[in-house]
Design a protein around this ligand. Structure first.
Ligand code: C5P
Length: 301
């Protein structure tokens, strides 16, 4: 029996995010397309006498290290499911921005589910692991799966999507995060002034662009209904988005509920140029190049 298990888990971007009405469960109905991208956290769980969490990396200062951390809750759920005592040390090496709209907390929770399942040789069947993931949060099931997927319901009802090739992305991180709940609440307020119907269907053309690996077509159909709410709460994002477009991005959008901005690049070299431009702009905390789709949470050792 091993004393510790490490899982590597990617971040996600919502290539398309359609937001419907708020349902009675407090969540909005979504039609979203997730893509897992190559920014990774690593989560190591180690047998211990009691639960604890340590976090290292550029975003470690703002991550909770108590039972409010989703990774802690994930370990407790697996312990309950397999009759183990919930007692592990969770060490999180963080690269995914916190409260950034890239599902960093959900990624760590998915990684912890998988790591604890392996540590305790629980062999929880995949559909039950998915159910535990959905219990933790709407984005957690996708972080287990990775790749590219359509998410309906709260985003947790997943169907894999065919894609071809590799897409090059640049992510620009802001100083400070945005609360997902606040961004959803703001879009509801803004919609009170709209007289349009809410439509959450994913365009066929976008699915086709992914299947063809057609970056230019993907750029045309990418969309995020939450973007205007995120920009309203953090107006400086408008400048970041337009700076990225002027610096060669084929498309720019807020990632999920933000404030991280996602730029689709036409090639690896134009992505690298864009990173340099954004870093020297003084507008963002950091900028990184990533590619997708990549696989979801995986045991690495
Ligand atoms: O899934 P998670 O718990 O991270 O969501 C945080 C909050 O964001 C929810 O409590 C809810 O207020 C809002 N939310 C929503 N509709 C969704 C996902 C999240 O209203 N589909």
């Amino acid at each position: 029996m091993s004393a510790s298990v490490t899982v590597r888990v990617p971040a996600k971007v919502n290539v398309f995010l359609g937001v419907g009405e708020r349902e009675f469960n407090g969540y909005h109905d979504l039609a979203t397309i997730f893509q897992a991208v190559s920014i990774y956290d690593e989560v190591t769980v180690t047998r211990a006498d009691e639960m604890s969490i340590t976090v290292t990396g550029p975003y470690s200062d703002v991550v909770p290290t108590d039972d409010t951390n989703l990774a802690w809750k994930a370990a407790v759920l697996v312990a309950q499911a397999c009759g183990e005592k919930a007692a592990v040390h969770i060490s999180i090496s963080k690269n995914i921005p916190v409260a950034g709209g890239m599902a960093g907390g959900s990624a760590d929770a998915a990684a912890t589910l998988l790591a604890c399942d392996d540590l305790w040789s629980a062999h929880i069947p995949r559909d039950q692991l998915d159910a535990l993931a959905a219990q933790l949060g709407a984005d957690v099931p996708f972080m287990l799966h990775g790749g590219c997927a359509l998410g309906l319901g709260r985003g947790d009802l997943l169907s894999p999507i065919m894609t071809r090739g590799n897409f090059h992305w640049v992510f620009a991180m802001s100083a400070g995060g945005l609360s997902t709940a606040d961004v959803f609440a703001r879009i509801d307020e803004m919609r009170l002034d709209d007289d349009q119907d809410v439509d959450v269907a994913v365009p066929e053309d976008l699915m086709f662009a992914l299947a063809q690996g057609d970056t230019k077509a993907l750029a045309r159909f990418m969309h995020n209904d939450l973007q205007r709410a995120a920009v309203d709460l953090k107006p400086e994002l408008a400048e970041v988005l337009s700076y990225g477009r002027q610096s060669g991005a084929l498309a720019a959008l807020v990632s999920g509920s933000g404030p991280t901005c996602a730029f689709l690049a036409g090639s690896e070299s134009s992505a690298i140029d864009l990173v340099v431009a954004l870093k020297s702009s003084g507008l963002v905390r950091d900028a990184v190049h990533a590619h997708g789709p990549v696989h979801g949470a995986r045991v690495v050792h």
